[in-house]
Design a protein around this ligand. Structure first.
Ligand code: ADP
Ligand code: MG
Length: 263
């Protein structure tokens, strides 16, 4: 469970987040949708405790990220926009390093083996990270987020720069992860969050502008959609044909632009 309340962030005079509040329930996949510069990465950096807010509060499973940073952070797996990979390490070396860094508990080799299988990198564990494709690198980034079995996963634009096949793979992975984790992931692509998320928070200019299910968001967006067109022919017949189109709410004839052509 993640609670974000009244977050405000200023970079000097620039207001990057403006009174942003939202909640993520346990086991939910939340999509943070917004154009470049909307404040997605800033929000994620604050939620994960990497950046302090100018104002506002973040709680992870009831723990305040500033008051109990160690406990709260141990519940979070974070894949930042630039994954913190060491190119000269092998995948195996790197994940062992992350394991020690996080002070993760349990049988290291067994757990790391499980994670590698889960994100489908078990065939490259001996390879240097710098020699991996972008899709594999991103999955290694996901693997490091999963080390320590965090209940919350924060993924910042995990599909950026991947080809369509890799995007589908990462999406499927994220959907699978949501069975055991609460997931927040950001994107600037509507169809992407619609495909994966239970709920979507849309931010623009640091403000929340929508908070809805994918279906609810699609309905409210299409509600006001209007198409102006010119048609040549019998106006009555054109109106009848257009009205018969599936999903058409109403058809209105406005004026005759020129003889036999109607708007
Ligand atoms: P997003 O991830 O949605 O693209 P960001 O959170 O990276 O958005 O940025 C939000 C706004 O804050 C942008 O206008 C960006 O230029 C600005 N910004 C981000 N980081 C800094 C920084 N360190 N210093 C100054 N401005 C910043
Ligand atoms: Mg960003």
């Amino acid at each position: 469970m993640i609670e974000v309340q009244h977050l405000t962030k200023r970079y000097g005079s620039k207001l990057a987040l403006d009174d942003l509040s939202f909640q993520v329930k346990e086991g939910e996949i939340l999509g943070l949708l917004g154009p470049n510069g909307a404040g997605k990465s800033t929000t994620m950096n604050i939620v994960t405790g990497y950046l302090s807010a100018t104002n506002g509060q973040v709680r992870i499973d009831g723990l305040d990220i500033l008051e109990e940073p160690k406990k709260a952070k141990s519940k979070i797996g974070y894949l930042p926009e630039q994954p913190p990979l060491y190119p000269d390490m092998t995948v195996e070396e790197y994940l062992r390093f992350v394991w020690e860094l996080k002070g993760a508990k349990g049988n290291r080799e067994e757990k790391l083996g499980e994670i590698c299988a889960q994100v489908m990198i078990d065939d490259v564990t001996g390879r240097l990270i710098k020699n991996l494709s972008k899709g594999y690198k991103q999955r290694v980034g996901l693997a490091q987020a999963l080390v320590g079995d965090p209940s919350v996963l924060i993924l910042d634009e995990p599909t950026v720069g991947l080809d369509p096949k890799q995007i589908t793979e990462i999406r499927d992975l994220i959907r699978g992860l949501a069975k055991r984790h609460t997931v927040v992931f950001s994107s600037h692509i509507l169809t992407e969050v619609q495909a994966v998320c239970d709920r979507i928070v849309v931010i623009s200019g640091g403000k929340k502008v929508a908070d809805d299910t994918p279906a609810g968001l699609a309905a409210s967006m299409s509600a006001g959609r209007q198409l102006d067109l010119l048609a040549e022919g019998d106006p009555q017949q054109v109106v009848e044909l257009l009205s018969a189109i599936d999903g058409m709410a109403s058809v209105e004839r406005l004026e005759e632009k020129e003889p036999g052509v109607f708007a």
